[in-house]
Write a protein that binds this ligand. Structure first.
Ligand SMILES: NC(=O)c1ccc[n+]([C@@H]2O[C@H](COP(=O)([O-])OP(=O)(O)OC[C@H]3O[C@@H](n4cnc5c(N)ncnc54)[C@H](OP(=O)(O)O)[C@@H]3O)[C@@H](O)[C@H]2O)c1
Length: 238
């Protein structure tokens, strides 16, 4: 049986580790040619080699998503190489936690917004026209339960995710007529090194990155196709 995503080009941000890495492996396993974005070039190259070793196709595009010129160069390079983008996964994100908003620095605010909110906007700007031209596409956003609830001592992170949700729900209405679907995945705590968290003894009881990858798999193969889907992912145990 042919793989579901044969011939499709998928761009995954934050593919160097954690959730993005798991999503890239999942989509590549489904046959998509996967463009891997993050700053850590050697981690991306190792992942591209791992995907190639199991018969898939992937390439590393090292890029700091907070640098708009670098991001523009990278998206242009991807479009020049593959001529299209069918699936964009906005996954890269940072979380600056542990301080109330009135003690949070403007620098941390800017860095968080540039990574979690501006980069998905710039990536949508870069790739949505190609999706429209090719008759459709899918933009999957890894948001957070912090984008639906208050997060004391994490207000900037919460703002970036509430903003991401509002921006993407609005863009979904704009893109609906072009057969470009938008999905939002909002996980609770996932066992990664997100926000600088080290090895956590409770990690085994948290949501695993592969769980989120399977949700993305479900979304990109979803029948009937919804023009906007939102999935909340909570762990089964506390
Ligand atoms: N883990 C959780 O509990 C949790 C819960 C809900 C939602 N989420 C969301 O899930 C997404 C992935 O998080 P994760 O848990 O997998 O975190 P992670 O392990 O820290 O991975 C974050 C990824 O984003 C990339 N990244 C960060 N800043 C970047 C930048 N400026 N330019 C390019 N890439 C950048 C990192 O690669 P480089 O450092 O190499 O650039 C890395 O690949 C985030 O959007 C996060 O908000 C996580």
């Amino acid at each position: 049986m042919a793989n579901e995503l044969d011939g499709k080009i998928a761009v995954v941000t934050g593919a160097a580790r954690g959730i993005g890495r798991a999503i890239a492996l999942e989509l590549a396993g489904m046959g998509a040619t996967t463009a891997l974005l993050a700053r850590d070039k050697s981690a991306l190259q190792a992942l591209a080699e791992e995907i190639a070793a199991s018969g898939g196709r992937a390439a590393a595009f090292a890029c700091d998503l907070t640098e708009s010129a670098a991001l523009e160069r990278t998206t242009a390079e991807i479009l020049s190489r593959y001529k299209r983008c069918d699936i964009l996964v906005n996954n890269a994100g940072i979380g600056v936690m542990g301080k109330p908003l009135h003690q949070t620095s403007p620098t941390d605010w800017e860095r968080t917004m540039k990574t979690n909110l501006r980069a998905p906007f710039l990536l949508l700007r870069a790739f949505a026209p190609s999706m429209i031209e090719n008759g459709g596409g899918h933009i999957v956003n890894i948001s957070s339960l912090a984008g639906k609830n208050p997060l004391p001592n994490g207000a900037v992170y919460a703002s970036s995710k509430w903003g991401l949700n509002g921006m993407m729900i609005s863009a979904a209405e704009e893109l609906r007529a072009h057969n470009v679907r938008v999905s939002i995945v909002s996980p609770g705590s996932v066992a990664t090194h997100f926000g600088g968290s080290g090895d956590d003894p409770r990690a085994a009881r948290k949501i695993q990155p592969t769980d989120i990858a399977r949700v993305v798999r479900m979304l990109v193969t979803q029948e009937p196709q919804c023009f906007i889907s939102e999935v909340l992912v909570r762990p089964t145990t506390k």
